[in-house]
Design a binder for this molecule. Structure first.
Ligand code: GAL
Length: 411
């Protein structure tokens, strides 16, 4: 696959960072983002002869504006099955075989759009334009201050989280399902207008989900802005290898191929430091059960996150656009196993510390504290305000392009 990530990084190294020397001016007030026109094109996909894989399309639900949301079922030739919808590109259900070949839905979500529209903590969603937090919803590009409406305030400290209150997780995307032999998928596209959630520039975005016969879910992100703007796209799927609403993820064994992390303050905003994990509860360079050290007394970082909710820095990040391994997750009981590979330099490990039993899932069972975990590949949080982090600024006309794979299996 052609990937220009390397070229992109080299280009970015030439840019100036947030703290420009030119006098600061205020960006115009954020425009109200006009609704993207929704064109419902139900495209049936021709099944490939002699393939166990298939893609089927059906009505999912109406959203609160009365717009139709469609569901695409990707049946992989290797046994993994996913239901995805064009509302936020959400993965609603993810059936993963266990070591005995029995499949169970292993992701958190809702059966209707209403759940996603009310209490949703970004279950299964595409996240854009900027995954993770931007401190105070403020950043400066070329001396112009941009003010993003804030939508989150951990520790009472406001920030813009996951692209704002009406981020890309709330959009109805155009969707084009496809099948090439044993490989199935959906291409999601959308246009984010200039001023959307306060961000500068119109962005044309494309996110491709591919499910391969090897049980790899590949996500390819592409975005082209028409003004200089920060972009940091990710996927916010929550995993629980015991099954949806089947207890916590504390017994899951996690490996993070990351020898450093970016510590945060009480607002979960990086302090700007990049610190070694060795000798701390954040050392997952060898496999550890998540529950083993998550409540370590006296650890300020765990206290701020109420558990793990931190960006980890890949020890050996992607070079020349090749995927690098970021993480592995294993559940001994079911034998379910997953690796995360990415072109991104960081990964947010969030162990579901904001989940509560106020959220009722697809089987009518309440979720629980730490009932799911997310492994969000990304650039580091708050990069537009952190001069020593890799830049997330994309130039007008430049193609932002990243790839992440969740590789499913059993052991
Ligand atoms: C995560 C973030 C958490 C929390 C969660 C959504 O990506 O790291 O702090 O905001 O999203 O509930």
């Amino acid at each position: 696959m052609k990937n220009i990530y390397g070229a992109l990084c080299c280009g970015l190294a030439l840019f100036t960072f947030g703290c420009a020397t030119a006098p600061e001016t205020e960006a115009p007030a954020p425009a109200e983002a006009p609704e993207t026109p929704v064109v419902q094109e139900v495209q049936e996909v021709q099944p490939a002869p002699n393939s166990k894989a298939s893609v089927t399309t059906k009505f999912f639900a109406k959203n609160k504006l009365g717009q139709t949301v469609m569901q695409y079922t990707l049946k992989g030739a290797g046994g993994v099955v996913m239901d995805v919808i064009n509302y936020g590109g959400k993965v609603v259900r993810l059936y993963l075989p266990d070591k005995n070949g029995e499949s169970k839905d292993c992701t958190l979500g809702f059966n209707d759009v209403a759940g996603y529209e009310t209490v949703d903590p970004y279950f299964g969603s595409i996240i854009g334009r900027y995954g993770n937090r931007i401190a105070n919803g403020l950043f400066v590009i070329d001396g112009v201050t941009y003010r993003l409406p804030t939508n989150n305030e951990p520790g009472g400290i406001p920030c813009c989280l996951h692209g704002g209150a009406a981020g890309w997780d709330t959009k109805i995307w155009n969707a084009q399902p496809f099948q090439n032999g044993d490989t199935v998928g959906v291409v999601f596209t959308t246009t984010s207008p200039d001023g959307d959630q306060g961000f500068p520039g119109k962005v044309e975005a494309k996110v491709t989900y591919t499910l391969t016969p090897e049980n790899v879910w590949r996500i390819e992100y592409e975005a082209v802005p028409d003004k200089k703007t920060p972009i940091n796209l990710t996927q916010h799927i929550y995993f629980n290898f015991n099954g949806e609403a089947e207890g916590t993820i504390l017994d899951h064994e996690l490996t993070l191929c990351c020898d450093k992390m970016t510590p945060v303050d009480a607002g979960l905003i990086p302090t700007g430091e990049i610190t070694p994990v060795a000798g701390t509860p954040f050392d997952f360079t060898t496999p550890h059960k998540i529950g083993e050290r998550v409540d370590t007394k006296g650890d300020k970082q765990l206290e701020y996150g109420n558990g793990y909710d931190h960006n980890f820095v890949l020890t050996n990040p992607s070079k020349n656009g090749e995927l690098a391994q970021a993480a592995a997750l294993y559940d001994e009981k079911s034998g379910r196993y997953m690796e995360v590979w990415t072109t991104e330099p960081g990964i947010q490990f969030y162990c579901g510390n904001f989940l509560t039993d106020k959220m009722v899932g697809k089987q009518g069972k309440a979720y629980q504290f730490r009932g799911g975990l997310a492994l969000e590949t990304q650039h580091y949080p708050d990069s537009p305000n952190q001069p020593n982090f890799p830049s997330t600024i994309v130039e007008p006309g430049q193609v932002y392009k990243t790839t992440t794979e969740y590789r499913f299996g059993t052991k």
